[in-house]
Design a protein around this ligand. Structure first.
Ligand SMILES: Nc1nc2c(ncn2[C@@H]2O[C@H](COP(=O)(O)OP(=O)(O)O)[C@@H](O)[C@H]2O)c(=O)[nH]1
Ligand SMILES: [Mg+2]
Length: 194
């Protein structure tokens, strides 16, 4: 896909702040610090569109980005950060669920996991949630640059097994090297055309 422009649309920390459903939405879900913002930046070719950090758990809102005045990326609050208080967790789980169950313009959920690790309990819960509601989805296993080439397939298969998806539904990616970028764009494009 050719990126003509990509801009920050708005953030939302409650459902009244969700933007109108004008554009198809591609959602990124995954634990804090897994690399969701870096993935968005890499896809649109801007270093700083989505804020990245080494401090997990900072993102507590949904962030909406508009690409080519055509579709949106939605960066969900990261789950599974131990230091976040119980009160906060009880606020965002419903917010994520409210979002996922109310957007008729949602065309794809990209579940982002770390290729180095087996999915966490929260990753599995998210996968269950996605399958339960039959959302169109795929899994991106990012930070592929941190796993030696010879081990990548094994890791990918383990992730597919744990999340109960077909290995073809897991896409390797690296925001550092751009590996997997073209393939992912192809998937996004085809979900936008459906
Ligand atoms: N080596 C490597 N580091 C990455 C990659 N993607 C993200 N990171 C790093 O992981 C940290 C968290 O990334 P971020 O995009 O902020 O994660 P988010 O919390 O899921 O949005 C940052 O220090 C990134 O530079 C990747 O593909 N490869
Ligand atoms: Mg982020």
């Amino acid at each position: 896909m050719k990126i003509k422009n990509a801009e920050f649309l708005r953030s939302a920390s409650n459902q009244n702040e969700f933007p109108p459903t004008l554009y198809p939405e591609i959602v990124l879900a995954g634990r804090s610090n897994v690399g969701k913002s870096s993935l968005i930046n890499n896809l649109v070719g801007q270093k700083k569109l989505a804020a990245t950090s080494n401090t997990p758990g900072k993102t507590r809102a949904l962030y909406f980005y508009l690409v080519n005045n055509q579709f949106s990326f939605v960066d969900l609050p990261g789950y599974g950060y131990a230091k976040v208080s119980r009160r906060l967790i009880s606020q965002w789980a419903p917010l994520i669920q409210e979002y996922l169950s109310s957007r008729e313009n949602l065309v794809l959920i990209i579940q982002v996991v770390d290729l180095r690790h087996l999915p966490s309990r929260e990753d599995k819960q998210m996968a269950d949630f996605i399958h339960h509601f039959s959302f169109p989805s795929l899994v991106v296993a990012t930070k592929a640059d941190k796993v030696p080439r010879g081990k990548r397939m094994k890791h990918k298969e383990a992730i597919a097994r744990e999340l109960q998806v077909a290995p073809e539904g897991v896409f390797l990616f690296s925001a550092q090297t751009g590996e997997g970028r073209d393939m992912l764009w192809k998937e996004i494009q085809s979900s936008l055309e459906k």
